[in-house]
Design a protein around this ligand. Sequence first.
Ligand code: LIP
Length: 300
Amino acid sequence: MLKSACQRILYGFLRCHRCKSTMVNVDQCAEQICQLVDQAGKQLLEASKELRKFETKAHSRDLVTTTDGAIEKQLMQGLQLKFPQHVYIGEEGTAGAATGRKLSDAPTWIIDPIDGTINFVHGFPYSCISVGFWLNQQPELAICYNPLLQQRFTARRNAGAYLNGQRIRVSGQTQLQRALIMHELQAANFPRELIDRQICNAEQMMLKAHALRTTGSAAMNLCLVALGAADGYFEFFPHAWDVAAGVLLVREAGGVIIDPAGGDFDIMSRRLLATATPQLAHQMVQALANWQIYEQRDDV
Ligand code: LIP
């Protein structure tokens, strides 16, 4: 399965605009990350069979397990071996300590070792390893692997999106009143006002759409939109590493990725709207117009 899923995203070299000199062999990048994610998937699967102890980070709902750290380290070391010049940004901070979390034109790996860590801790099968490879501040490669459901989503810019090697497409839904919408509500340690805004947005969508669904993983939500199993997804607060791969999957499956206020998507802004069509995007922007949320950027 790995072979077919990865065969689909191999075909060539690319040049880094800014540092003209850097020729990036994207085939090598695709082959290397596919093998590393395959190994990491086995690690995640093994760890999911044991008691999943956790610690908390910024607040009581911001969980981390030893598996998060181990997988990020394994991916980092495997990539740095082949690509010492590339830039790394990772959730657990193994990556990017030197460069901070600023996105430049340089070849950059944006890694979430386990997206959906709370799900992983509880054994709720919506967690995945998510890696996006960006160049010139644009996504080039994407892989989201959920070994619990044996789902491997891969994409390459201008080469399509795939699930286990099979081409996938968004649903084509153009009407909000007929749409299934993914979203996430976060309590974190937010002030009441931010919680109320999220609830107002959920209420707006609940009143207008077919139904709302939540998985607890931004990456899995984007995979479901790319697969056409959901028609839209909006969230305020996802981090760059939660969405760096999923946004390419949705775009290569024919979907739309914008800012929830209608402007261009900015990966560091912690704001995202993904839809099957521009028409649906327009209706969702209108539905979210009154309760926009602006959180601290990832690169600040
Ligand atoms: C999760 C995101 C999700 C968000 C969760 C959490 P993590 O990432 O994928 O969108 O709502 O609060 O941030 O922490 O499991 O990698």
